[in-house]
Design a protein around this ligand. Structure first.
Ligand SMILES: Cc1cc2nc3c(=O)[nH]c(=O)nc-3n(C[C@H](O)[C@H](O)[C@H](O)COP(=O)(O)OP(=O)(O)OC[C@H]3O[C@@H](n4cnc5c(N)ncnc54)[C@H](O)[C@@H]3O)c2cc1C
Length: 467
């Protein structure tokens, strides 16, 4: 008899997992609470164009089954590779859009001799102080101030990290690894920082020619071919475990329905999956709900009456005084995303749920965005002909929170026979992967994490089913 599995959640990870399981001759059903599939990689349709919710590019491994499969699905020529990645990523720092964020060395070279002398004097005295008193650091920020000095911290580090982290809460180990303590003799080398790591990456950056939603469409075609059933717009009420059966009760079209499966894959964040665990897990459930894990996102889409707004594709903002953290020109990637001669800017604001901006109305958010963009001097306001705003809670990971609790939850879910989840709740767009052989770090994308987790999980499921 064929095994029957249910996938809860139809994001990129869930869809990939469903297809792989179906290819292994497993009967697969997907249950999704939204009316459409794709999750964060779905497109928003606007006048016949499909805008991305968030993803702006995929990072794929150069030689891998995953990349081959995606190429086959889209058609090789429809996977656009970005060789000139560096030139497309701009940085807004010190009131200017620049080719890139300056390294410490470049930054110091731009400053006056007086400033440079002060920085070196401060580091020198800090170094002497550290010889006499061993320091314990509570945070990455404290470490940086006590090793690199307040001048460099206030004028460079604070800006450098403003694009990624909550300013007062830098993760200590990560920061110390990126910027090791300065040895005076090797000062020149250490102070350069570690920003050149991406150059020899075994990954490449790419994008589907017809928009990210094209990948979702192609996955959907595969699902139909593989006879995967998709139940959309439904709300799972409970999951009961009886002998080896998983009984799912869900609501659809105001009707209560039930389905029985041999196995479950939770392709939703673990914090959601715990809602369907048994009562014995109350303690973990209540602990995990208290942990702050991620920032919220406010995405503003601006429609602009202009072919191109700026040179390049993405501007990362390195300025803690700005609420905007990233601006991208989606039409730079695919012509199918905005009408000819027009542009679509996607503007991201990263915030805490308690921040004022999160509670603002759409009009208030629009005004903040316009004010900041005007300050950046990249857009003539008269050229804007429309906007749209969406809010996504808990999406950008907080580095400090990739924590034990999540691991506990994943282990707990996986300890139920034939139940699995991905631990990707916090692995969004700033995840760093270590290549220990070459001692390099690469920045991966949330999509690759989702897809590769699905491949690994399916391999594990098949091994377990054969036992
Ligand atoms: C602004 C932004 C920019 C980004 N930029 C990039 C980028 O440049 N590159 C990159 O690689 N990644 C990027 N990402 C991240 C990437 O979009 C995600 O990591 C990836 O799409 C996540 O896929 P997933 O399947 O793991 O999760 P999701 O897409 O979140 O899928 C989870 C699915 O589960 C469903 N679900 C939730 N609860 C339930 C429930 N109770 N019952 C049933 N279904 C449920 C959801 O509706 C959703 O469809 C970005 C994300 C954002 C928001």
């Amino acid at each position: 008899m064929k095994k029957k599995f249910v996938i809860i959640g139809a994001g990129l990870a869930g869809l990939t997992c469903a297809n792989l399981l179906a290819e292994k001759d497993i009967d697969v059903t997907i249950i999704e609470k939204q009316k459409t599939i794709g999750g964060l990689a779905a497109g928003i349709n606007e006048n016949g164009f499909s805008m991305d919710i968030g993803p702006h590019y995929m990072v794929l491994p150069k030689d891998s089954v995953i990349t081959e499969k995606i190429k086959n699905m889209l058609g090789e020529k429809n996977l656009l590779s970005f060789l000139d990645f560096a030139n497309s990523h701009k940085a807004y720092f010190n009131n200017k859009v620049r080719r890139k964020f300056p390294t410490i060395k470049e930054f110091l070279n731009q400053k006056s001799r007086f400033f440079r002398i002060n920085v070196f004097l401060e580091i020198f005295f800090l170094k002497i102080k550290l010889v006499f008193s061993k320091s314990e650091y509570k945070s990455g920020n404290e470490y940086l101030k006590k090793n690199y000095g307040k001048l460099l911290y206030e004028n460079w580090f604070k800006y450098y990290y403003s694009n990624i982290f909550e300013e007062e809460n830098l993760p200590k180990d990560f920061v110390m690894n990126q910027f090791p303590p300065i040895e005076l003799k090797k000062r020149r080398r250490n102070i350069k920082g570690s920003q050149d790591n991406l150059k020899k990456s075994p990954f490449f950056d790419c994008y589907p020619r017809f928009g990210m939603n094209d990948l979702i469409k192609k996955l959907n075609e595969e699902l139909t071919k593989n006879k995967v059933e998709i139940i959309l717009d439904s709300n799972i009420e409970s999951i009961e475990r009886k002998d080896n059966e998983k009984i799912i009760t869900y609501e659809k079209d105001d009707k209560k329905l039930q389905l029985v499966f041999d196995g479950i894959v939770f392709a939703v964040p673990p914090s959601k999956a715990i809602n369907w665990l048994s009562n014995s897990t109350e303690k973990i459930k209540s602990n995990s709900n208290k942990t702050p894990v991620a920032y919220n996102a406010i995405i503003t889409y601006l429609f602009v009456d202009q072919e191109k707004v700026f040179d390049g594709w993405i501007i990362n903002l390195y300025d803690p005084k700005f609420l905007i953290s990233r601006i991208s020109q989606q039409n730079h990637l695919s012509k199918n995303i905005a009408p000819e001669g027009k542009s679509l800017l996607t503007i991201e604001i990263k915030c805490n749920p308690s921040d004022k901006i999160w509670k603002n109305t759409d009009d208030e958010i629009y005004n903040v965005v316009i004010k900041e963009i005007k300050k950046m001097d990249i857009l003539n306001a008269e050229k804007i002909f429309g906007h749209r705003i969406i809010r996504i809670p808990r999406i950008y990971p907080k580095f400090n929170s990739i924590q034990v609790n999540d691991e506990k939850l994943v282990n707990l879910i996986n300890s139920n026979e034939n139940e699995y989840t991905f631990s990707h709740e916090y692995d969004s767009n700033n995840l760093i992967s270590n290549d220990t052989d070459n001692n390099k770090q690469y920045r991966l994308g949330g999509m690759l994490i989702g897809i590769s987790s699905a491949y690994n999980l399916v391999e594990q499921i098949i091994i377990n089913l054969k036992k």
